[in-house]
Ligand binder design. Structure first.
Ligand SMILES: *Cc1c(COP(=O)(O)O)cnc(C)c1O
Length: 350
């Protein structure tokens, strides 16, 4: 049985005797050894942390379960978020579980269809604005100043607390921290959370070292890598289409304390990694997820020697959320009459 993040890591989380032990079965996601890219890139060891295996298909569930439990604990009856999609899917699911009124504000036209379907089915109130994620977040921040609603974006510290459990799991599975952690960066909450998790495990002696944090933004939405706000962020990887990340400084701290980097990859590199992951490893992550692998490929092509290193790439969300991107680039299907003969001929087997 799945314990869920709260039960499994209770002592490491901001829990009290009044915290409800809610769960949808989040966490305990697979850490898979690479079957192909490890050799191709010459990594000592390469692993993928499959966060798409969480209940709503992204890592957001780890943080949302803690944020929702804490909202219940203080007697709050409503939660709200701005979202590029996955936060709204997760907030809506935990909102339904906890009978919280859930309001999600999304940028119109820039949400993957699967994520929208989730918020609809879980029964959230959805407001689509004619603006981008950063504008949606500004509105949400103003609303929570005026009304007794809990903000469940990663500005909510309980989100970060829950998300750090992914770092714990990697150490628990490998027996120690990896040398490098490659991770997509959008609003920069997750890189902040992983770094917090690795540091906490190191501090209590569960790990003997800490990884270098290797964050990757998309080229058209690369505020941290370029050192400036992107007022009109653009990328196919909608989950990281963010021009002014809320956890900007904390991400820089994670980078600097760990001796890592925050760099960016182009949409072309993201899509190439997205297809490579699916066709050579059997892993279908959403485009934003592939930014971690695109970053690893980029550095390896630039000559970075990883032959003695243990590397983990975080695959942040499931590819099923964004079927449009998958289908759009499909080569045309072969067509055939509905007979054995015709199919054999189409396959070139006769
Ligand atoms: C939210 C999200 C990200 C970005 O994480 P941040 O904490 O905003 O940096 C990356 N990939 C997926 C699939 C996401 O849902």
């Amino acid at each position: 049985m799945k314990l869920g993040v709260l039960k499994r890591y209770w002592d490491f989380l901001p829990t009290t005797s009044n915290t409800s032990l809610i769960t949808l079965g989040e966490g305990d996601t697979p850490l898979l050894r690479s079957q192909s890219l490890e050799k191709e890139l010459g990594c000592g060891e390469l692993y993928f942390k499959l966060e798409g295996c969480n209940p709503t298909g992204s890592f957001k569930d780890r943080g949302m379960v803690v944020a929702a439990a804490k909202a219940l604990e203080i007697g709050c009856s409503a939660i709200i978020c701005a979202s590029t999609g996955n936060t709204s899917a997760s907030a809506s699911a935990y909102g339904a579980l906890c009978k919280l009124d859930t309001i999600v504000i999304i940028p119109s036209g820039n949400i993957a269809i699967g994520k929208l379907a989730q918020a609809i089915v879980y029964g959230a109130r959805i407001i689509s604005i004619d603006g981008n994620f950063d504008q949606a977040l500004d509105i949400v921040r103003a609303l929570v100043q005026r009304y007794p609603i809990t903000l469940v974006n990663s500005l909510n510290p309980h989100r970060i607390e829950g998300q750090k459990t992914a770092a714990f799991e990697i150490v628990d599975t490998l027996g120690d921290a990896p040398d490098f952690l490659f991770i997509p960066v959008g609003n920069a909450g997750n890189i902040t959370a992983y770094w917090k998790g690795f540091k906490e495990y190191y501090d209590v002696g569960r790990a003997t070292r800490m990884p270098r944090m290797m964050g990757f933004e998309a080229e058209g939405a690369a505020p941290i890598a370029r050192g400036r706000v992107f007022p009109k962020p653009e990328t196919i990887a909608t989950a990281i289409r963010i021009g002014n990340p809320a956890s900007w400084q904390k991400a820089e701290t994670a980078r600097d304390e760990s001796g890592g980097i925050i760099d960016c990859v182009s949409d072309g590199e993201i899509l190439a990694a997205y297809h490579l992951l699916a066709t050579t490893e059997g892993i279908f992550g959403e485009p934003a997820s592939a930014a971690s692998v695109a970053g690893l490929i980029k550095l390896s092509r630039k000559g970075m020697n990883l032959s003695k290193e243990r590397v983990t790439c975080v695959i942040t969300g499931s590819g099923l959320k964004d079927p449009d991107t998958a289908v759009k680039r499909a080569s045309p299907f072969l067509e055939s009459a509905a007979t054995l003969d015709a199919v054999e001929q189409t396959l070139g087997w006769r």
